[in-house]
Design a protein around this ligand. Structure first.
Ligand code: BF8
Ligand code: SF4
Length: 650
């Protein structure tokens, strides 16, 4: 039986287009995975070291040490820490670009960008210790002055020589104490990445716990640093998302429109593409080539960014990127950074699609590069790209085969909007959410995030985990490709979601009109989840630290180094984190035990690995119930009578 083929994806659009690829001999990531053969066990277990050229060394029963004497625990911990460094670097370098764009916008040096959310700017200024005394949110010059100061302060967070990351102090008081006692409060963001690279090079740090101390500091510099800078400054520049309706899956494309895909991560360029596709002159150009309009669709986290702020439909998640081109209807796919497969280049060649790289940081050999430089010419350059797509419309070859399916969804939840939707617009607060957790209608909260991975059936694990959680009255917050998976299954509408949620959660969701699964944005927006957890703690009644909350995290289909950085900053923030697929540490017995058990004594959070979706969800639910018990929360769910319903509607 060809097992791999049988369970490649549970998504119908994906399967429809994959069948076409099979007939036409178009190679996809799943096919390349097969050609790779069984993954190397040393790599899977995390015990292959290629840090110096006396190796590569591999740990086996026969040889328990590398040439230098490094054991399995040292090797696996070094590899793991380096994954954290890479993940933190990716999120944070993104954040740096946003800070630079904010500075340019504040100086009026960049067409197409303006400061859209002044309230958020003032909120960021507060924790960034930028003085707003005497400054008026209604005055353009004051807003620009504050934005400039915030942008400069944010840039400073990457390379400052003294002090600690300002955003880290936003965590609950108890959490701050833990970090200070353990000496892991992050300093400058870049410094933490560099220090991992230093400590894990040949012959430096050779104690897995000490390596992970730096791993933790670097991960925190991502979650409470680089990612938080990215999220917050994007909100300032492009607006803080609010709940909105949109659509998801490959059926969003239109045969009679110019179809453009934006793929990657940074909204800096995609925001301008959104603007350009709404420009009257550009739309007139589309008409001239016989198109009825321009349909923009996103893939991966770029999709989540422009979905959250503009309601632009989502074409698909990570494993659907190649399939988007197979529709034969894509005039251009514009990619910036991260999670962009080189395999796209070969597929684009089979169609008329223009694959275009736009970041100076990310070129693909043989692919057209049109670098969009942040600055006065950015918008002009973006318009050229959109025009190129329009002019490519008449060049379609072969049949267009856009799948019919797309689903409605609601997105746009943030730590701020949760306060309004669950708290009521006149009384924005986390109180009703906390009360519903305390009274047991909501048993707890889960963050289900992360990627797709060809090693497991696409979207299948995500959906099984999420469905089991909501059926057990656990409110699910999502980001990244995980969020897209759930949205495609229709669970991000209040109507469909309520059908699958447990009675308590369904009651709450019906009352306030939200789905039981909330789309909270891109992967950098996991920082929103940290702040939401902090707000729940600060609201009171559920302990005095994140580690006491009935809360668990999960990445059921992870693949990227970025997921490891995220996992570690949640663990170090006090969260129990379960990963699916596997974790490259299992060949290192002591290091594994540290991550799966001992680390909890330090941070109150720990790792677990569980590829089976049912067991995965159950681990999270058991953890949530154990935390409820510790907090002495009501164990039995109370059936809602009319009085209780009224209480909910306050
Ligand atoms: O940063 S979830 S596959 S797209 S890494 Fe990549 Fe993973 Fe998707 Fe977003 Ni996040
Ligand atoms: Fe081998 Fe040690 Fe070099 Fe790693 S650092 S490759 S274990 S000799």
């Amino acid at each position: 039986m060809d097992e791999e083929k049988e369970c490649r994806s549970v998504d119908s659009c994906t399967n429809e287009l994959m069948a076409i690829c099979g007939e036409e001999g178009i190679e996809l990531s799943w096919d390349r995975r097969k050609l790779q053969g069984k993954p190397c066990k040393f790599g899977v277990d995390g015990v292959c070291c290629r840090i110096c050229f006396m190796g590569p060394c591999r740990i086996s029963k026969k040889s328990s040490q590398g040439v230098c004497g490094a054991d399995a625990d040292t090797i696996a911990a070094r590899n793991f820490a380096r994954m954290i460094a890479a993940g933190a670097a990716a999120h944070s370098d993104h954040g740096r670009d946003v800070a630079e764009t904010l500075i340019m916008a504040a100086k009026g040096e960049s067409e197409g960008y303006e400061i859209k959310d002044r309230t958020k700017l003032w909120a960021v200024a507060k924790y960034m210790e930028v003085d707003t005394e005497g400054k008026d949110q209604g005055k353009e010059e004051d807003v620009n002055a504050v934005a400039l100061a915030v942008g400069e302060k944010a840039l400073g967070e990457f390379g400052k020589s003294h002090g600690y990351l300002l955003a880290s102090y936003r965590a609950p008081e108890q959490r701050n104490k833990i970090w200070d006692e353990l000496g892991v409060r992050p300093r400058a963001i870049d410094r933490e990445v560099v220090e991992i690279m230093h400590r894990t090079t040949m012959g430096v740090d050779q104690d897995y716990e000490n390596i992970m101390k730096q791993g933790t500091r670097c991960a925190l510099a991502d979650g409470w640093g680089g990612s938080m800078v990215a999220t917050d400054l994007q909100d300032v520049l492009f607006g803080t998302p609010k709940p909105l309706r949109s659509e998801v899956n490959l059926g969003i494309f239109k045969e009679d429109h110019v179809n453009i895909v934006v793929h990657g991560h940074e909204p800096i360029i995609s925001e301008l593409i959104v603007l350009a596709t709404q420009d009257k002159d550009i739309l007139a150009e589309a008409e001239k080539v016989g198109a009825k309009g321009i349909q923009l669709g996103g893939v991966c986290c770029t999709a989540n960014e422009i979905l959250m702020r503009h309601g632009i439909p989502v074409a698909g998640n990570f494993l659907q990127q190649e399939l988007a081109l197979v529709t034969g209807a894509i005039e251009a796919m514009v990619v910036d950074v991260q999670c962009v497969m080189q395999g796209l280049a070969d597929i684009a060649k089979k169609f008329h699609t223009e694959l275009i790289t736009v970041s100076p940081k990310a070129a693909i050999r043989g692919v057209r590069q049109m670098v969009v430089e942040e600055g006065p010419n950015a918008y002009k350059q973006v318009k050229e790209i959109v025009l190129l797509a329009i002019n490519n419309f008449p060049n379609r070859k072969g049949k267009v085969r856009i799948p019919q399916e797309s689903y409605p969804m609601i997105a746009g939840f943030t730590d701020e909007s949760v306060m309004y939707t669950l708290g009521g617009s006149f009384r924005a607060s986390y109180r009703p959410l906390n009360d519903n957790i305390i009274n047991g209608r909501i048993r707890g909260i889960a963050g289900v995030v992360g990627c797709n991975n060809v090693k497991v059936s696409h979207d299948d694990i995500h959906l099984k985990v999420v469905k089991e959680l909501i059926a057990n009255d656990v409110l699910v917050l999502q980001t990244g490709c995980a969020a897209i998976a759930t949205a495609k299954a229709g669970l991000m509408t209040p109507e469909e979601g309520a059908k699958q949620a447990g009675p308590g959660l369904a009651e709450v969701c019906e009352t306030v009109g939200i789905p039981p699964v909330l789309h909270c944005g891109a992967c950098v927006d996991n920082s929103r989840l940290l702040i939401a957890a902090t707000q729940v703690v600060k609201e009171g009644g559920l302990g005095d630290d994140i580690s006491q909350l009935p809360l668990a995290g999960s990445a059921p289909e992870w693949m990227s180094e970025k997921a490891i950085a995220i996992g570690q900053y949640f663990v170090a923030s006090g969260v129990f984190v379960v990963f699916g697929v596997g974790l490259p540490v299992l060949g290192a017995p002591n290091f594994s035990k540290y991550l799966f058990e001992d680390i909890e004594k330090e941070y109150g959070g720990k790792w677990a690995v569980e590829p089976d979706p049912h067991k995965h969800a159950q681990l999270m639910i058991e953890h949530i119930e154990a935390k409820r018990k510790k907090l002495n929360l009501k164990f039995e769910r109370k059936l809602l009578d009319m009085a209780a319903r009224r209480e909910l509607e306050v």
